[in-house]
Design a protein. Structure first.
Length: 394
């Protein structure tokens, strides 16, 4: 697992193992922080057939055919029988190295990392330690303290090798330098005095009893488990009293991530809706602007069309007026011409009458002239008229 603020060097638990342990605990209606997890080993053992194949996949993928491997996950403390079965199926006999930390140090760590109250953490620590002690009594095991690991890691490894019955590989001077460089008391964020539990009023006595027993075991005194059995009986009674309430609370707590996820999804949906609404508003504004522009252009076109139509009407009216004027002028001129024609007709008629009269007069004169010319007197006086014409001046 990746490092974290409370453990910058990493947690060293394989994440596949942690995930599988969480899955097993969920299947038996429990969690890693169940203060009554001391009974989870029995429940998980009953459901082991559902998960052994996954455990085999994890072991094969991470360790192959190695006969010396190291596994670490605090959850395995309450699932010891399950993992023993999984290891035996690949012909590996487990040796349990049980780390004993002061329960108050564990409580401080859980408070800093998870916000867990001290009273809950003490119950949880006790439940884990009771379970791993009870379920490994018939197996090779060694109890070591966190302080011993920091102060005398070589002595701790000697004890581990003694229980294993074989030396650890690479216990070389160069490896020792690497270990010295790696182990540092600066990584110990919380440290409690051995007697600190007794100094805190109201602390559950079962935690003190369990811690005292574990410290004796870490010193190699092999204490009898009777006192631990009494603590487990007390936990059983407490579980019967408050267990159903806590189980219901765990179910409700289990829904919190779902509710948070749903709330996060709802917030995302709301954010998307807000963005969509913002986009819709912008689109509406763009459409309104486009409509206003289109409407203005349409109005302008309409006004221009109206103006053109009005101009055309005006031109047509002007043309009508003009042509009406022309027609009136032509009518007046026609009337004038008609008057002229009438006058001319009158003149022609008069001329024709006068011509008729002149014709009649001419004919009368011609007749008279002919009469004169044909008369005797005209012929007698002809020489005299000739002399008179000659005597007339030029």
């Amino acid at each position: 697992m990746d490092p974290g603020p409370d453990n910058p060097l990493g947690y060293w638990e394989p994440w596949e193992m942690v995930a599988l342990d969480d899955e097993i605990l969920e299947a038996v209606d429990s969690r890693w922080d169940n203060v009554f997890a001391v009974k989870d080993n029995e429940r998980a053992w009953a459901a082991r057939s559902r998960f052994l194949s996954k455990a085999q996949d994890f072991l094969t993928h991470n360790f192959g055919d190695q006969d010396l491997l190291v596994m670490k996950d605090p959850r395995s403390s309450i699932l010891a029988s399950f993992w023993r079965q999984a290891l035996e199926e690949i012909a590996v006999d487990p040796v349990y190295v049980i780390m004993v930390r002061h329960p108050l140090e564990v409580a401080e760590s859980l408070l800093a990392r998870n916000g867990s109250p001290r009273e809950k953490s003490l119950l949880l620590w006790t439940s884990y330690m009771l379970a791993i002690e009870r379920d490994t009594r018939d197996a090779p095991r060694v109890f070591v303290t966190y302080s011993d690991m920091l102060n005398d890691w070589r002595g701790v490894l000697d004890r581990v090798e003694a229980v294993m019955g074989r030396p650890l590989p690479r216990r070389t001077p160069s490896a020792g330098v690497d270990i010295e460089r790696f182990l540092s008391k600066s990584h110990r964020h919380h440290e409690a005095d051995v007697a600190a539990l007794e100094e805190i009023p109201g602390v559950w006595a079962g935690a003190q009893t369990t811690y005292s027993w574990m410290m004796e075991a870490a010193r190699g005194l092999a204490p009898q488990p009777g006192s631990l059995a009494a603590v487990e009986t007390e936990l059983d009674a407490l579980e019967r009293t408050v267990g159903p309430v806590l189980a219901e609370m765990r179910q409700e707590l289990a829904q919190i991530p779902v509710a948070k996820a749903e709330a996060a999804e709802a917030r995302e949906d709301l954010a998307r809706m807000r963005f969509s609404l913002q986009d819709a508003r912008q689109e509406t504004a763009d459409l309104r602007s486009h409509f206003d522009r289109f409407h203005a252009e349409a109005d302008a076109r309409d006004q221009a069309a109206i103006a053109r139509e009005q101009a055309a009407v005006a031109r047509e009216q002007a043309a009508i007026t003009h042509y009406q004027g022309v027609a009136e002028q032509w009518k007046r001129e026609a009337l004038a011409e008609q008057v002229k024609v009438e006058i001319l007709r009158d003149r022609v008629a008069k001329a024709e009458r006068e011509a008729g009269m002149a014709q009649a007069l001419s004919e009368n004169l011609q007749a008279q002239n002919a009469a004169i010319l044909s008369s005797t007197s005209w012929r007698v006086t002809w020489p005299l008229r000739a002399i008179v014409r000659r005597l007339r001046p030029g």
